[in-house]
Design a protein around this ligand. Structure first.
Ligand code: AMP
Ligand code: MG
Length: 536
């Protein structure tokens, strides 16, 4: 097909088919003031006007999903539309009502406090893509906050959504990152130091932004009619393969949410991603990674690590706890739809799907990271358990260790030092490498070599398959911060450079090795690099 068939000519040619607002009940109140919204799934609200919008970056792959050409994306009209200054015909902006458990406690109504949905684009392939601004001003759900987002958190959301997609991790996407030209006041560490920061709007894109908390709010309020409406709508639009809604289909739907969530979490554990705020309002029913706030990437392998300073005491959302938290969150979703099922037993069976799927995919993921074609529990449970301990004995960069393991010389006769040689770049403190450590790692490497040789896997095949699941490039926390430092000076070149780099995270990309290095020492304690708060 030629470009003219697959791309639209003008922004105004975008076709909107706004199923969510057409089929679900709207809030009768239309004024934009903060309130409890009952009897409705959403409230109509207009984006705020930006004083002096400036395009910072856009994703050409997401533009393609929307049939948008490079020329359109780089036009002044695009900047005006995607900062919220001009509505296209067919856009009908709204904020969605939802609730959620925050840090384990029911928090009541939350909702799109700084997200505004513009509508659903119907592209030329017949797909629906919901456009959603983050940071375009207050909504009825803004509670005590301003509905805005600062540049630093918007750069983080924009880059990470796209990086995750290219890593093969299910995620919401990001079309554009546009500065508003307005200043936003933030107290970054909630320590009495508020200061103005540049404001920005990210346009997020996903088939749907429905969250676990979207169902929870109606169950909590006893609005069972609305609960049923939203679930029937969700099944018909996003899960049509399950058939017409019925009690059986509700259960099949819940099982599918469990399955998708399990797969998403396994991907997070594979690439070393820590979400940071796995509240039930931040859990997508499509199993997409959603709401990039104080997330982070594991540098030295530490299952207890969380980047979120707000969670520093309890570490509820630490890396190693993410699988259990997802299960807990699914339990809350099960509670929410219980009124439509009215039996505990089938819901309990459905939630077992999470554990089964998780175990199956986690084992396959562990095997793949080690270049094995199947996970053999008898051999691989002890092999992997020992490896995960070894990775914590001394500070070891997770991404580098797995990537470099592919380059191991597969000879059990080599000395410990010779075997370790390809892995040396992964160590943060080589002086910690005692003889005991070397002996322990050497033993592990020899067991690993024997396991691979026993499975008769050719070295070229092992290397290739490992390099397709163990990324060379991830959005290291300090890299995002360096791009932010520049962006705050009006220079978006590093945002573009990282976006380009992270399009091919599994490729060697000669000349880009500097981005694959372990975290430099200065970044260890620098805010934004290892510590983040929810302030964004
Ligand atoms: P989060 O934990 O960031 O997902 O946010 C929890 C809730 O707070 C959601 O309802 C958000 O929409 C809302 N929220 C977060 N930041 C802001 C803000 N700056 N203005 C208004 N609402 C916000
Ligand atoms: Mg959220």
């Amino acid at each position: 097909m030629t470009d003219s068939k697959t791309k639209i000519e003008r922004l105004d040619d975008l076709v909107f088919d706004n199923r969510f607002i057409r089929e679900l009940p709207a809030d009768a109140e239309t004024a934009n003031h903060r309130r409890q919204v009952t009897g409705a799934c959403y409230s109509r609200v207009l984006p705020a006007k930006a004083a002096n919008p400036q395009m910072a970056a856009y994703s050409r792959e997401v533009a393609e999903l929307l049939d948008l050409s490079k020329e359109i994306c780089e036009s002044a009209g695009f900047t005006q539309v995607f900062v919220g200054n001009r509505l296209l015909s067919g856009m009908d902006p709204y904020a969605i009502c939802y609730g959620g458990h925050q840090f384990g406690n029911w928090a009541g109504q939350l909702g799109d406090g700084r997200a505004i949905n513009l509508g659903e684009v119907l592209n030329r392939r017949g797909e629906h893509w919901t456009l959603q601004f983050k940071g375009a001003g207050e909504t009825p759900y803004s509670r005590n906050a301003d509905g805005l987002a600062v540049l630093r958190s918007s750069v983080r959301e924009f880059l990470c959504s796209e990086a995750m997609h290219h890593l093969g991790v299910p995620t919401t996407r990001a079309l554009s990152l546009i500065l508003t030209g307005d200043q936003v006041i933030r107290d970054m560490f909630y320590n009495g130091n508020p200061k103005p920061e540049p404001g920005a709007v990210v346009c997020r894109v996903a088939p749907s932004f429905t969250r676990f908390g979207s169902f929870q709010i109606f169950a909590a309020r006893g609005e069972i009619g609305l609960l049923k409406k939203l679930l029937d709508y969700t099944i018909r639009t996003d899960f049509p393969h399950l058939g017409e809604p019925s009690r059986e289909v509700y259960l099949a739907w819940f099982a599918e949410v469990c399955r998708r969530t399990a797969k998403m979490i396994v991907h997070w554990q594979r690439v070393g991603f820590v979400h940071g705020v796995m509240n039930t309002d931040n859990m997508s029913i499509l199993g997409l990674t959603i709401d990039y706030g104080p997330y982070g990437w594991l540098e030295n392998y530490d299952p207890n690590w969380t980047p979120n300073t707000t969670d520093a005491a309890e570490r509820r959302y630490r890396f190693g706890n993410q699988p259990q938290i997802a299960f807990w969150n699914l339990g809350q979703l099960a509670n929410a739809i219980y009124p439509l099922i009215e039996q505990v037993e089938p819901l309990q069976q459905a939630i077992n799907v999470y554990t089964e799927t998780f175990t199956q995919h986690w084992q396959a993921m562990v095997a793949a990271k080690l270049g094995l074609n199947v996970y053999d529990p008898a051999a691989d449970d002890p092999l992997n358990t020992e490896l995960l301990i070894i990775l914590q004995v001394v500070e070891t960069d997770m991404t580098l260790f797995y990537r470099k393991l592919a380059g191991l010389v597969m000879d059990v006769e080599l000395s410990n030092e010779a075997l370790m040689l390809p892995l040396m770049e992964a160590y943060y403190a080589p002086e910690q490498l005692t003889d005991d450590y070397k002996a322990r790692l050497g033993n592990w490497l020899r067991s690993y070599i024997k396991r691979v040789q026993g499975a008769d896997i050719a070295d070229a095949e092992r290397i290739q398959s490992m390099n397709s699941v163990n990324p060379k490039y991830v959005l290291r926390n300090y890299l995002a911060q360096l791009a932010i430092d520049k962006a705050e000076q009006g220079d978006f070149s590093m945002v573009d450079e990282l976006l380009e780099l992270l399009r091919h995270p599994y490729d060697e990309q000669p000349g880009k090795e500097a981005f694959a290095l372990k975290r430099p020492d200065w970044a260890r304690q620098r805010p934004g690099c290892s510590m983040l708060s929810c302030s964004s």
